[in-house]
Design a protein around this ligand. Structure first.
Ligand code: BGC
Length: 555
């Protein structure tokens, strides 16, 4: 196990950090099995360092049957042998810490894999057993119990209940799963479940992990005292935005996080956490307080059109919320669940992204230049805001969503289980292209690995590769490197002041040290304000800021 070394610096480092999300299976594959691995990450530490990021967040790398891309965890305290070993994990932490990059790992507490030893034990132990009490089992309705306990619809398809076969071979009880049937929900009223997650948090903290991303953090505690819910689990019940929804965002969930906080604070420096919680905006602060997880993702910009007023409104609201909870803001444009933002910004406003995906990208025209211009501008805008920025691997290369992956190669359960109704998230999970030449490593994976890639890579992927980006001084990668590096030296108090501009397409604000960010959301050039230009997402034309461009200035 690596000897954890404190990385010099502020204990509040996470409040204004740039965190880069690695989707392990699609980052870099060293052993040539087509699946990214820890050895691949270790090999690419110099690349990560070149981004000037403060931390990486690793999506699940645990043993898993991959029913949901690794979010179906079979063993919370181990590494999937296809991805590596615990020794390699320790080595990765050590190498990242050497270059001052901290590490977040993903904790998936709402559900395990059906292959988890506890779920297997629950199946064998039968009705009413302590083993079944760790999950949510119910008898079915009707004389033979063959009608599911309620009309609950899961995130990934028609039902949130699956029936098991009892040890004697007869059809038996049903268990609840908010996601795929291979992801049974834990019963968080069960003390063993609570204790086991504490053990997991300590296990990774002891190995030197600096922080945790908490998956579906709003769903752990459930209350069925008024009956079993019969509805879709996609969203919180809009009539119950106050902690009374039986499935989501119940006040009791914070008891769990208060206990976790005590564990985080046993370490030096204290471990940090960020909640993935789909709760109403006014309730996110409870996840982000100093007594609970500390930070919560703000996903507002994932759904926002490219529009000055909208961005300004969302930013102001987020700033107010952060002030109230004492937490810092978080900014996210892309992750492993959503359509990559250059694609969102390149499609006409209000495009139905599900339809667009199902049509293999044919239902609406993609304006690639517009998409990338806006992506460059929005990244610089969010990097200038107070708080943490979460980046998703590949956005620094200017990758677009891939909508035409051969259907037989798809992996995402959201796609299989909702025919004709949902997109596949595989489109943003295609492995990273490292080389311009498709067969650079002998395989067909643009340098991802010598043995091809677990999801097919489009033939034109080489033009987005790290190598192609590095060869072009104006590339997206070079902009990210410069902007993130420069941001480090510009950080100051977590405040902004909006600067009025007559032009309604302009969003202009200043930080207390005079660092200004000026975004022209419109298509026509606008006059550059006074100040020393530090960086621009597009070349300036005289004293004009081109359309869809962000400029940083020092007043
Ligand atoms: C993750 C998804 C996953 C789901 C179930 C989400 O919040 O980001 O990728 O499918 O949780 O674990």
């Amino acid at each position: 196990m690596s000897d954890y070394k404190f990385i010099a610096g502020d204990k509040k480092w996470w409040r204004q950090a740039v965190v880069y999300q690695i989707y392990p299976r699609s980052f870099a594959d060293l052993n040539g099995d087509g699946i990214g691995d820890l050895a691949g990450m270790i090999d690419r530490v110099p690349y990560l360092k070149s981004l000037s990021i403060d931390a990486v967040w690793l999506s699940p790398f645990y043993p898993s049957e991959l029913a949901d891309g690794g979010y179906d965890v079979a063993d919370y305290r181990n590494v999937d042998p296809r991805i590596g070993t615990l020794e390699e994990f320790d080595k990765l932490i050590e190498e990242l810490h050497k270059v001052n990059i901290r590490v977040f790992v993903d904790i998936v507490p709402n559900h395990s894999s059906d292959q988890h030893e506890w779920f297997q034990a629950a199946l064998k132990a039968g009705r009413g057993s302590p083993e079944r009490d760790r999950y949510i089992f119910h008898d079915g309705i009707g004389e033979n119990g063959d009608i599911r306990p309620s009309e609950l619809v899961s995130h990934f398809g028609p039902t949130g209940w699956t029936r098991v076969t009892e040890p004697d071979g007869t059809p038996g009880q049903w268990y609840l799963h908010l996601f795929a049937p291979e992801q049974p929900d834990f019963n968080w009223d069960n003390q063993e479940v609570r204790d086991d997650f504490i053990k997991t948090l300590r296990f990774w903290s002891d190995r030197g992990v600096d922080g945790f991303r908490i998956d579906v953090a709003h769903a752990l505690t459930k209350d069925f005292s008024d009956g079993l819910p019969a509805r879709s689990t996609m969203d919180i019940d809009p009539t119950k935005p106050d902690g009374s929804d039986p499935l989501f965002d119940r006040d009791e969930v914070h008891e769990i996080y208060r206990q976790w906080r005590k564990v985080f604070n046993e370490y030096n420096p204290p471990r940090v956490a960020v909640a993935e919680a789909s709760a109403p905006a006014h309730r996110l602060g409870a996840y982000a307080s100093e007594e609970t997880l500390g930070q919560a993702f703000n996903f507002d910009l994932l759904h926002a059109d490219w529009n000055t007023k909208r961005f300004k409104h969302l930013i102001s609201n987020s700033m107010k919320r952060a002030e109230k909870s004492g937490s810092s803001n978080t900014w996210v444009l892309s992750n492993h669940d959503v359509v990559r933002h250059p694609t969102r910004y390149g499609l006409p406003d209000k495009t139905d992204l599900v339809k667009w995906y199902i049509s293999e990208g044919k239902s609406a025209p993609l304006d690639a230049k517009q998409g990338i211009d806006r992506a460059r501008a929005s990244t610089m805008l969010i990097l200038a805001l107070p708080g943490s920025t979460y980046l998703y691997q590949g956005e620094e290369l200017g990758l677009f969503e891939v909508a035409d992956t051969p259907r037989e190669a798809m992996q995402d359960p959201q796609w299989f289980r909702n025919p004709g109704k949902a997109r596949s998230r595989d489109g943003c999970r295609i492995p990273l292209p490292w080389a311009t030449n498709q067969s650079a490593l002998g395989g067909s994976s643009f340098g991802f690995g010598p043995g091809g890639s677990h999801l097919p890579m489009p033939a034109d992927f080489g033009k987005y590769s790290v190598a192609a980006n590095e060869a072009d001084t104006n590339s997206v990668l070079n902009l990210y490197r410069t902007a993130i590096g420069m941001r480090k030296g510009l950080q100051c108090a977590e405040e902004i002041k909006f600067i009025f501009n007559w032009n309604r397409s302009v969003l202009h604000f200043a930080r207390p040290n005079g660092w200004q960010s000026f975004t022209n959301f419109g298509k026509s050039p606008v006059k550059l304000p006074k100040g020393k230009v530090l960086l621009s997402s597009q070349p300036l034309v005289g004293n004009q800021v081109p359309g869809e461009t962000t400029v940083w200035l020092q007043a």
